[in-house]
Ligand binder design. Structure first.
Ligand code: ARG
Length: 279
């Protein structure tokens, strides 16, 4: 009997159909700076932002996902970043309360959309939180970021309202001001992340929870490669995150690269434009 060298077969990944909420960037621009990516003097091309966003929406539709739309509001240039509008788990909507006054009006706007679209349980939060920007839902746990935008007290508030365990992670690098800029859930209860975005203690928590995580390097993180959306098999990801795309392929995922260069001027990537509606 011959002994074959142990080669791990590439695992088969299975996609599940998702329902997303998106907001067309008709009023997109960089009019203020609330994160290090934003430079109001640099200039933006709204038509190009719309084009890139349309390609993102088309990618979801071609993967079989459902996309609902919320109307953009003039004077709210960051409203395209739908991920920040709420956290929806089990059909319950934990509303957003934005950290910066420039975005504050988006919270009620998103909550009103949910009330008008059949969501009966919508909580107006007491504590500052930026929705799925800082809350990422896995089957058994919700990972929650703090340090720049979302208050620690909101982690507790979300846990109580949603009845899911919430694990706090502390962000320490201002470029990665939301959890979804530094980490994304894969299928099978695993995640991909950039360790440098987290405090030492939170890094240890991540190592314990996810010993098989896909780790990203700084280059891929710095093009917002971790601001990605995985349906269990496909990963919609910034095309410039070449190293991360290659390692995700090795892990059996199917990357779907998109170009987000214009929206990145506001500090956002594909995931920021995407709020998942979980029923
Ligand atoms: N300019 C926006 C802000 O700083 C970008 C939000 C990106 N959204 C996200 N989910 N990371 O608030």
């Amino acid at each position: 009997m011959s002994v074959l060298p142990a080669t791990d077969p590439i695992p088969q990944r299975t996609a599940t159909r998702r329902h997303f909420l998106m907001c067309r960037p008709d009023h997109f621009t960089v009019a203020y700076a609330i994160n290090p990516w934003m430079d109001p003097a640099a200039g933006t091309d709204t038509a190009k932002a719309v084009e890139q966003w349309e390609a993102l929406r088309a990618a979801y539709v071609s993967l079989g996902h459902e996309v609902s739309l919320i109307d953009p509001i003039e004077g709210l240039p960051d409203m395209v970043f739908a991920a920040n509008g709420a956290l929806v788990v089990g059909g319950r909507v934990y509303g957003a309360r934005f950290a910066h006054p420039e975005r504050r009006a988006e919270g009620p706007a998103y909550s009103a959309w949910f009330r008008g679209n059949g969501f009966g349980e919508v909580l107006e939060p007491e504590h500052t939180n930026e929705g799925e920007g800082d809350f990422l839902t896995l089957d058994h746990v919700i990972l929650a970021g703090t340090g720049f935008r979302t208050d620690l007290a909101a982690h507790q508030e979300a846990q109580e309202f949603l009845g899911r365990p919430v694990v706090t992670l502390r962000l320490v690098d201002p470029r990665f001001y939301h959890l979804d800029t530094a980490l994304f859930p894969l299928g099978d209860g695993n995640v991909a992340y950039y360790p440098g975005a987290f405090s030492p203690g939170s890094r240890t928590v991540l190592e314990r929870l996810f010993p098989d995580a896909v780790l990203a390097g700084e280059r891929d993180a710095a093009v917002l490669g971790l601001n990605a959306v995985c349906d269990g098999r496909h990963i919609v990801i910034d095309a410039e995150a070449a190293g991360l795309i290659a390692s995700l392929r090795i892990h059996g995922y199917e990357p779907v690269p998109v170009n987000m260069s214009e929206l990145r001027k506001a500090g956002g990537g594909p995931k920021c434009c995407t709020l998942e509606l979980r029923f």
